[in-house]
Design a protein around this ligand. Structure first.
Ligand code: AMP
Ligand code: MG
Length: 401
């Protein structure tokens, strides 16, 4: 059985062979998209030397404490006064500084007496105060937003101020989902007798949306070889980049997926990984006329299915596209964890930060069918193959979900 690290490498290797496309979108539509170009500053920021306060722009000379008001400048209403010592121009925040002026006294710090301003405050007037110099924030030509950045609204101010009205982003990956199982009904139906709601279909589709990729549903298919094959062939022909199936990859009589993959021309890269939960995962690649589709046969157990998605789909995509956002976090274990086998376990846990230190505790039963714990968890605690015990108080690596 393949080890986790080797399986992950194989998935990354195949992911990197996918030909990702770029597209231009308007800045307003770029939010949460992955930047496919480096963005450079097209101007200095600020673009011109300006006032940081509403106040009076003066030509500072030591010893002069009174100034004649010679005019005013508002933001966007520049007038090129030549300010001499003893003169002041009323100026608003963001207004360009006139020549000669080198200091701004805030309006709150002065009094006006007989048409002259006087400095009120007892602390010294400092030459250069309240001036924002051209380029002091960012110099023209600086790399401001890196390729691979998932654009957030805090990036938009700078992009907009550099005039990026359209932005090159990675085209959303299309990720299809097929749920298989005779026992499955859709979630708006009350399941009778031994039926259950096909929750995986929804968890997978929304997990795809959560990454801001494009989910495509191919619905629920019963455990019938021909029907599954037909659905698979159809899904593979629709231009999707990745296909996820759920159910039917274990050792049961009706677990057909592995064989159906092969019969449908999917090259199996691995089946079964030495992990818990999620051991039965099958990974293959379909390649027709140069169009590659990565195919993941995920187990039906909802926790296995979800954990597999996080490990092999989400993390591979985010890592390969250098997307910011995920990182493994070390956290102090609140309890001792034990295991008997040599698998790598991913223990559902709750991680929280107290006084600047991360702590993590396992949550709920760790059965791969138990969705109560998954519902509460925000992290997967990594319990390596060769370890049998992770001691309370030691630090464990956690994958945030
Ligand atoms: P399988 O992998 O097909 O052997 O299914 C393993 C377990 O997962 C069984 O208890 C199934 O009923 C359950 N299961 C399969 N598909 C789904 C699904 N789409 N949503 C929720 N549970 C499922
Ligand atoms: Mg099944």
């Amino acid at each position: 059985m393949i080890r986790y690290n080797d399986a992950l490498k194989k998935v990354k290797n195949e992911f990197n062979k996918l030909k990702l496309k770029n597209e231009k979108v308007e800045l307003l539509n770029s939010i949460n998209r992955i930047l496919a170009e480096d963005i450079y500053a097209d101007t200095d920021q600020p673009k011109f030397t300006n006032s940081a306060m509403d106040g009076y722009a003066i030509n500072y000379v030591k010893g002069i404490n009174e100034w004649n008001i010679i005019g005013e400048i508002s933001a966007g209403g520049f007038k090129n006064y030549r300010v001499k010592p003893g003169e002041a121009v009323l100026i608003m925040t963001g207004s360009r500084i006139p020549s000669g002026a080198n200091t701004v006294i805030p309006v709150e710090d002065i009094i006006i007496e007989r048409g002259k301003i006087k400095y009120l405050i007892n602390r010294p007037l400092i030459k250069g105060m309240n001036i924002r110099y051209r380029g002091e924030d960012i110099k023209k030509g600086t790399l401001i937003i890196k390729k691979g950045t998932v654009l957030k609204s805090n990036n938009i101010t700078l992009a907009a101020s550099c005039g990026k009205s359209s932005i090159k982003v990675i085209k959303k990956l299309k990720i299809g989902v097929i749920a298989t199982g005779n026992e499955l009904v859709d979630i708006n139906i009350i399941p009778k007798e031994d039926k259950i709601r096909a929750s995986n279909l929804y968890s997978m589709l929304t997990a795809v949306s959560e990454m801001n990729m494009e989910p495509v549903t191919f619905g629920i298919i019963e455990d019938n070889k021909e029907k599954i094959k037909k659905s698979l062939t159809n899904a593979l022909s629709t231009g999707i980049d990745i296909l996820l199936t759920t159910g039917g990859v274990s050792a049961g009589k009706y677990d057909y997926l592995n064989n159906i993959f092969k019969e449908s021309g999917i090259k199996i890269i691995f089946s079964k990984v030495n992990i818990k939960p999620g051991k039965p995962i099958v990974f293959g690649v379909y390649n027709k006329n140069g169009k590659r589709v990565l195919v993941f046969g995920l187990p039906g157990n909802p926790v296995s299915c979800y954990v597999n998605f996080i490990l092999f789909v989400r993390n591979v995509i985010m890592d390969s596209l250098s997307m910011n956002g995920i990182s493994n976090i070390k956290a102090v274990l609140n309890v001792t964890l034990k295991k008997k086998d040599n698998k790598r376990h991913f223990v559902r846990g709750i991680l929280n930060n107290k006084d600047g230190i991360n702590y993590v505790s396992p949550v709920g039963s760790q059965s791969s069918a138990n969705i109560g714990g998954l519902n509460k968890a925000n992290a997967l605690i990594v319990f390596e193959e060769n370890k049998k015990i992770l001691k309370r108080g030691s630090k464990a690596e956690c994958i945030m979900i």
